[in-house]
Design a protein around this ligand. Structure first.
Ligand SMILES: *[C@@H]1O[C@H](CO)[C@@H](O)[C@H](O)[C@H]1NC(C)=O
Ligand SMILES: *[C@@H]1O[C@H](CO)[C@@H](O)[C@H](O)[C@H]1NC(C)=O
Ligand SMILES: *[C@@H]1O[C@H](CO)[C@@H](O)[C@H](O)[C@H]1NC(C)=O
Ligand SMILES: *[C@@H]1O[C@H](CO)[C@@H](O)[C@H](O)[C@H]1NC(C)=O
Length: 189
C-alpha cells in the first residue's frame, strides 16, 4: 500500500469511529445488531467431596501444592481446577429431564478474592436444539451478573457469536451450584 493510501485509510478509520461514537453514545464503535437468538438455560454442578462419587458431576483435578483434590485450597480456591460434565435443564430443577450437557472446566485464578475462568461447551440434544455452543470468559462469582463470550457453535448454532449472562441461581455449600445462563446471539446462520 502506498503511503498516501495508508494515510487516507487511517483518516477514514479515525473519522468513522468518531462519527459512530457520537451517534451511538456508547463505548462501542459500531451499532450492535439486533440479537438473532435468545435462550435461557440452567446447568447443575455437583462437586465431588470425597463421599458423593455416584452423584458428582464435577471433580477437582488439580490443586496447588499446598492443597488436595477433595477440599478447595486456601485462600479463595486459588490454583484449583475443576472438570465438569453437568446436566442442562430448561428450568431450575435439577431433576427435570436434561436437554444436554455442559462440558468443560473452571479454574480459580485470584488469591485476593473468588474469581474463576470458565471454558466449556453446551452439547444440546433435545427435540428443540441439536448442536453445540462454546463459551469462554472470566466469572467473578460474587458479582450478580457476569458476561462471558459465546465464541462459536455447531449444528443449530453454527458459528454462533454472542454473549451469555451468568447468574448463580442456587448454591449449597461447596457441593452444589446452579447457574442460569442467558444466551444472546448476535450472529446466527
Ligand atoms: C445429588 O445432589 C444433589 C445436590 O446436592 C441433591 O439435591 C440430590 O438429592 C442428590 N442425589 C442423590 C441421589 O443423592
Ligand atoms: C484436604 O485438605 C483439607 C484442608 O487442608 C483437610 O481438612 C483434608 O483432610 C484434606 N483431605 C485429604 C484427603 O488429604
Ligand atoms: C441424541 O439423542 C438421541 C435420542 O435420545 C440419541 O439417539 C443420540 O445418540 C443423541 N446424540 C448425541 C450426540 O448424544
Ligand atoms: C436475557 O438477556 C437479554 C440481553 O441482555 C435481555 O434482553 C433479556 O431480557 C434477558 N432474558 C431473560 C429471560 O432474562
Amino acid at each position: 500500500m502506498s503511503r498516501i493510501a495508508f494515510h487516507l485509510c487511517f483518516m477514514g478509520l479515525l473519522l468513522s469511529s468518531t462519527v459512530l461514537r457520537n451517534v451511538d453514545g456508547h463505548a462501542w464503535k459500531r451499532q450492535l445488531p439486533m440479537p438473532c437468538k435468545n435462550l435461557v438455560l440452567y446447568f447443575h454442578d455437583i462437586l465431588y467431596n470425597g463421599k458423593n462419587i455416584h452423584n458428582a458431576t464435577a471433580a477437582l483435578v488439580a490443586a496447588p501444592a499446598w492443597g488436595n483434590l477433595t477440599t478447595f485450597a486456601e485462600p479463595f480456591k486459588f490454583g484449583d481446577v475443576v472438570v465438569f460434565d453437568d446436566p442442562i435443564t430448561l428450568d431450575n430443577n435439577l431433576h427435570s429431564p436434561p436437554v444436554g450437557r455442559a462440558q468443560g472446566f473452571y479454574l480459580y485464578n485470584m488469591k485476593t478474592t473468588y474469581n474463576a475462568w470458565l471454558g466449556f461447551t453446551f452439547v444440546l440434544n433435545s427435540t428443540d436444539y441439536k448442536g453445540t455452543i462454546t463459551f469462554n470468559g472470566a466469572d467473578p462469582p460474587l458479582v450478580k451478573y457476569r458476561d462471558i463470550s459465546v465464541v462459536g457453535g455447531t449444528g443449530d448454532f453454527l458459528m454462533a457469536r454472542g454473549i451469555a449472562t451468568l447468574s448463580t441461581d442456587a448454591i449449597e455449600g461447596n457441593v452444589y451450584f446452579r447457574l442460569r445462563v442467558n444466551i444472546t446471539l448476535y450472529e446466527c446462520y
